[in-house]
Design a protein around this ligand. Sequence first.
Ligand code: 5GP
Length: 239
Amino acid sequence: MSELTRGELLNEGKAKKIYATSDADKVIFYFKDDATAFNAQKKGSINSKGILNNRISARFFKLLKEKDISSHYLETLSDREMLVRKVEIIPCETVVRNIVTGSLAKRLGRPDGEEISRPLVEFYYKDDALGDPLITDDHAVVFGWATQEELDELRRQALAVNDVLRPFMLERGIILVDFKLEFGRTSDGTILLADEICPDTCRFWDAKTRKKLDKDRFRQDLGEVEDAYHEIAERVGAE
Ligand code: 5GP
């Protein structure tokens, strides 16, 4: 167990607080129960969400590590705290989609639940004030958010994550519909998978019933939100 404890609050996001530690290369994530949707226009709280997301994210990061995909994850410190490597977040959110739904169905007028022949990777500019708009590689390069080499690496790693998580979830009766990843640069410029991977950032559908087991239950007021997070934690072996 690490000796590191929480120092100064560096940043408070919608779902997490980030604290400094005595090691300049490590920070502590504190997972909150707060939930927001539609660019924080909808606000609420999901009981135990922080605890479950901390566990589920750790489970996924450890699984990815076993498959040679590195991430910022170092250690779970407590129910709500995770020690991670400090990175400079690249402001391009990477979304991988296996099935058409959500903003993609809306934007391109495709039927919800449409199967696609291969996974789609998209980048969104991480900016709350703009509502995280969809961008092309050119936007990211021209405006200096990432180099083309970095974007190629984000795409490669995002698809590798999908190749691990999709079959892992299916074996547990869950379809990995889509998910959002964030990547950062370490002090030596290496691209590293960061943030969290949990029902806040992924869409999970029960393979038999297609019941939504993710944050869409909160976004769409479907009820049984906490139960869905528990169900995912249980099925992935994070409880
Ligand atoms: P969509 O673009 O359809 O709204 O979302 C695609 C996928 O990325 C979903 O799994 C969704 O949860 C995730 N996602 C996209 N943007 C965000 C974001 O800003 N925050 C979170 N938590 N997830 C996001």
